[in-house]
Design a protein around this ligand. Structure first.
Ligand code: ZN
Ligand code: ZN
Length: 409
């Protein structure tokens, strides 16, 4: 434990409930799930009346090196009142995490740093204006804007210079607990969660993999009956396919992996095609399919969700009149395109950085109502396997979005 033995006393409810009552209205179950009485990470020092939290985590120490098991001590009394503590239920592994560890992408916070920005969990410490979050199940948005600066007030929180990105701006979710701003957390209704039947840990993918394509779809102004094309139907694109289908679009899925195409064929994709073919031939096939279905030949919404230069090249090649190309995936690689095609087609191209917290409840509804199915696309693994999972994802051995569940005890 973190305190010298002589000053250390187990934090118990008998010692005084330091955190106040739980006010979350949707809550079910007892206080036991807080671990008030048995939480191995909490210690109470009667001499200074401070509660310390020992956070256990897997931290990145250097590019390409294995993530290391570590601990970090936090004085809860010293926290900024805006900060809440979330006990991590699950944290998804994103290609952005691979970019930090293997791809030469620098984190904004200096190393060592705990990665992980796709977090769900329970709020176990919240004070002041955030007190009502205490005890709530939450999804932590991958990008939390400040809400007050000029871009935020203009509805452009994605470019907020004071945004908080866990696992990049500060320690993230490959951890027993994470400290995050209370603003923008998406509360999960406990009754809806129970009715859904899945685990809170699985909802971690809502933090990024489901919400980011949702924002891209919003930005594209997709309408029912439109043609939506997803290039790369892995961890992000598979949810994009389902979201676009739920909104009434005619959805095309393209991927280099036939297994992934099979997965989305039963989950919203009307047409599945190999992305390995010649670009012109793929475009011709799509045009024919649209013609036969009576769908528009113009105004296609194309979503690049592979984050691969070949996927980006294909996405650009599929542009036609009045098309919209959403760049959702990330790669450091460059591609060569004839940008004037945008002019000739009167087309648009736009990037998407995360999703505004205000849209999270709608996305969560899509999941909890069953419109978006997580089951076939999520793989839950113990967090102690984090280095294997990173390697397997890096080597393209995983067919599903991995979610790591803390198993530090
Ligand atoms: Zn991500
Ligand atoms: Zn802001």
């Amino acid at each position: 434990m973190l305190l010298p033995r002589e000053t250390q006393g187990k934090y118990t409810a008998e010692g005084g409930c330091f955190f106040g009552p739980r006010l979350c209205t949707g809550g079910g179950g007892s206080d036991d799930w807080f671990g008030w009485h048995s939480h191995p990470s909490l210690t109470f020092n009667p001499k200074v009346q401070q509660v310390k939290l020992q956070i256990r985590c897997w931290q990145m120490v250097a590019p390409g090196e294995p993530l290391e098991l570590s601990t970090r001590d936090v004085d809860l009394d010293d926290l900024n009142p805006e900060t809440v503590v979330v006990e991590v239920a699950g944290c998804g592994v994103c290609h952005t995490d691979l970019g930090f560890l293997f791809g030469g992408v620098q984190t904004r916070h200096a190393l060592p740093l705990v990665l992980g920005h796709e977090i769900s969990g329970k709020v176990v410490h919240a004070t002041g204006a955030n007190a009502e979050l205490l005890g709530c199940s939450v999804v932590v948005p991958a990008v939390i804007p400040c809400g007050q600066c000029k871009p935020c007030r203009a509805g452009r929180g994605a470019v907020c210079p004071k945004q908080f990105f866990p696992g990049n701006d500060d320690h993230g979710g490959f951890s027993s607990h994470v400290l995050v701003p209370g603003r923008g957390l998406c509360v999960v209704d406990e009754e809806a969660l129970t009715a859904w039947g899945g685990a809170l840990s699985a909802l971690s993918v809502v933090a990024d993999a489901v919400t980011t394509p949702y924002q891209a779809i919003l930005n594209s102004d997709l309408k029912p009956g439109d043609v939506a094309v997803f290039i790369g139907v892995g961890g992000v694109g598979s949810f994009g396919v389902q979201l676009a289908s739920a909104q009434g679009a005619h959805v095309v899925a393209l991927d280099v992996d036939s297994g992934r195409l099979e997965q989305v064929a039963g989950s919203g994709a009307d047409l599945c095609l190999s992305a390995l073919g010649e670009h012109r031939e793929i475009k011709r096939t799509l045009r024919l399919w649209a013609k036969e279905g009576g769908y528009s030949q113009t105004g296609w919404k194309i979503f690049e969700t592979s984050g691969h230069p070949d996927g980006q090249a294909l996405a650009f090649a599929l542009l036609g009149y009045d098309a919209h190309l959403a760049v959702v995936g990330y790669t450091r690689e460059k591609i060569s395109v004839r940008l004037s095609n945008l002019m000739a087609f009167d087309a648009t191209m736009r990037g998407t950085w995360g999703c505004l917290p205000e849209h999270y409840p709608a996305v969560l509804d899509e999941v909890l109502s069953g419109a978006v199915d997580l089951g076939p696309f999520v793989e839950v693994r113990p967090m102690s396997e984090i280095n294997e999972v990173f390697r397997e994802l890096h080597e393209h051995k995983l067919k599903r979005r991995p979610v790591l569940v803390p198993d530090f005890n």
